[in-house]
Design a binder for this molecule. Structure first.
Ligand SMILES: Nc1nc2c(ncn2[C@@H]2O[C@H](COP(=O)(O)OP(=O)(O)O)[C@@H](O)[C@H]2O)c(=O)[nH]1
Ligand SMILES: [Mg+2]
Length: 255
């Protein structure tokens, strides 16, 4: 078989199951640390560690600066949700390229920060409506609210000498009030914990006003530059979803 025909045949194999996210869908990517329960146990303070949080927010910054057009990146625990700009058409929205490149960028970046191998998986969430985008982000934040309270209680009990199974049993079926009171008995006021531990953090673009000097005239000038900013004071629940939609509307207006 001549090489061209052979090449075509082999390339067709690679493409057989390629799929593309339609341009009219809103799109999110979610990355999640692979086996981070073990990785954090070994390398970070439990249940929350400022250094881990710093690596995660820096990973979001890296992802938002690596060639895609994202409106916002939300991080909570070991996960990152990225909202694509509706006009972003990188790799023609080919799913395998988006998934592999984003997982690769996050994994490479985090590994360098940690100084040891670390990996992220990635999935895509195509959505038909803005309401779905709002619900998606509210849902991820609710996931954090539930997990963070459990996590704090769990580690309080473990540090009190309880074993894994007894701690899990002690929390089973208990409501929020019980868990908050349990924490208070250990001197931990859950409501006073740093905001990011309970609500996560968002990186998004803002037009920042800068001051400079006109080189020719020497006169002071003002100009705007698009910069990534970190919001660590996020609203909760439905309001968080609304906040993400506001960021999207601002980005669409500026485009
Ligand atoms: N030490 C520490 N662990 C964290 C922090 N944020 C998230 N984690 C841990 O990361 C893990 C994330 O859960 P999950 O993705 O379900 O577990 P995985 O499948 O092992 O990656 C949990 O075990 C969390 O306790 C943090 O700030 N500090
Ligand atoms: Mg994980």
């Amino acid at each position: 078989m001549e090489f061209e025909a052979f090449d075509r045949k082999m390339r067709a194999l690679e493409k057989e199951f390629d799929s593309f996210v339609p341009a009219d869908r809103f799109l999110c990517a979610r990355l999640d640390g692979r086996g981070f329960s073990g990785l954090t146990e070994k390398n970070f303070i439990k249940p929350y560690d400022e250094r881990f949080y710093e690596y995660m927010t820096e990973a979001v910054r890296h992802l938002m600066s690596c060639g895609f057009n994202f409106i916002a990146g939300y991080t909570q625990s070991d996960e990152i949700s990225l909202l694509f700009h509706p006009a972003d058409n990188t790799y023609n929205r080919k799913t395998r390229k988006l998934i592999s490149v984003l997982a690769g960028e996050a994994s490479g970046f985090f590994s360098v920060k940690l100084g040891a191998p670390a990996a992220f998986d990635c999935r895509l969430i195509p959505m038909e409506t803005k309401k779905a985008v709002k619900d998606y982000f509210s849902w991820r934040q609710t996931d954090l609210l539930r997990n963070s309270l459990d996590s704090c209680c769990y580690y309080a009990l473990l540090s009190d000498g309880m074993d894994y199974l007894s701690a899990t049993k002690a929390l089973e079926g208990q409501d929020i009030l019980f868990k908050k009171e349990l924490l208070l008995s250990y001197g931990i006021d859950y409501n006073a914990l740093p905001h990011w531990q309970r609500y996560g953090a968002v990186l998004h673009y803002e037009q920042i006003e800068k001051k400079g000097t006109n080189r020719k005239t020497g006169e002071p000038v003002r100009f705007f530059r698009r910069e990534l900013v970190l919001n660590e004071e996020l609203p909760a629940g439905e309001k968080f979803g609304d906040y993400i939609l506001e960021l999207m509307d601002t980005a669409l207006f500026q485009a």
